[in-house]
Design a protein around this ligand. Structure first.
Ligand code: SF4
Ligand code: SF4
Length: 186
């Protein structure tokens, strides 16, 4: 009967574990908040009037060690302006099959257009959907913003935008956007 005490010892370990504090988490019902500097999905930010901060310079793509970013810049015109500068990011893609979430791209961005969010639920069942397009990365329009393309706030230049002098869309920008929308449905 030498096995019996061993077996009792084994059950004893199980029995003790039943009264220990549970360390498992009920994910996905409970989502533990990420650390403040957590590197999650990227976001392309906007100025307070809705214009895009990305100037299509490609510095993020050059800084990326995994070659995960593809950018194609294009020139803004007076009729079609997406950012306060000369250029904007016409095509912007991040390949999350390659990204290692190192954050070098956001360090390289000169306009703070690119930042990382706390979103980490990026699993997918097909490879194509893990290449995020600009439409998926661009920040949503907040109250007080107008969807580009639209003109800059009257009397301001690019520097004013980066110095935080633009605080939201003006009545002129809102009226112009409304007129453009009405024109497009006619
Ligand atoms: S986080 Fe790193 S790997 Fe991912 S896109 Fe940015 S630079 Fe590339
Ligand atoms: S996200 Fe920043 S670094 Fe990348 S293209 Fe846009 S402005 Fe340049």
């Amino acid at each position: 009967m030498p096995e019996m005490p061993q077996a009792a010892k084994g059950f004893g370990v199980t029995f003790k574990a039943m009264f220990r504090k549970v360390v498992t988490e009920s994910y996905p019902e409970y989502k533990r908040p990420a650390a403040p500097r957590f590197h999650g999905r990227h976001q392309l930010n906007r100025h307070p009037d809705g214009l895009e901060k990305c100037v299509g310079c490609e510095l993020c793509a050059w800084a990326c060690p995994a070659d995960a970013i593809y950018v194609e810049g294009a020139a803004n015109t007076d009729e079609e302006r997406f950012s306060p500068g000369e250029r904007y990011g016409r095509v912007y893609q991040i390949n999350y099959l390659r990204c290692i979430f190192c954050g070098l791209c956001i360090e390289a961005c000169p306009t703070r257009a690119l930042t990382m969010t706390h979103e980490y639920e990026l699993a997918n069942d097909n490879r194509l959907d893990l290449i995020y397009e600009k439409s998926e990365l661009i920040a949503p329009l907040l109250p007080g913003m107008v969807a580009p393309p639209h003109a800059m706030v009257e009397g301001t230049d690019e520097k004013d935008y980066y110095n935080g002098k633009v605080t939201g869309a003006t009545a002129e920008q809102i009226a112009a956007a409304k007129a453009r929308q009405e024109e497009s449905v006619r």
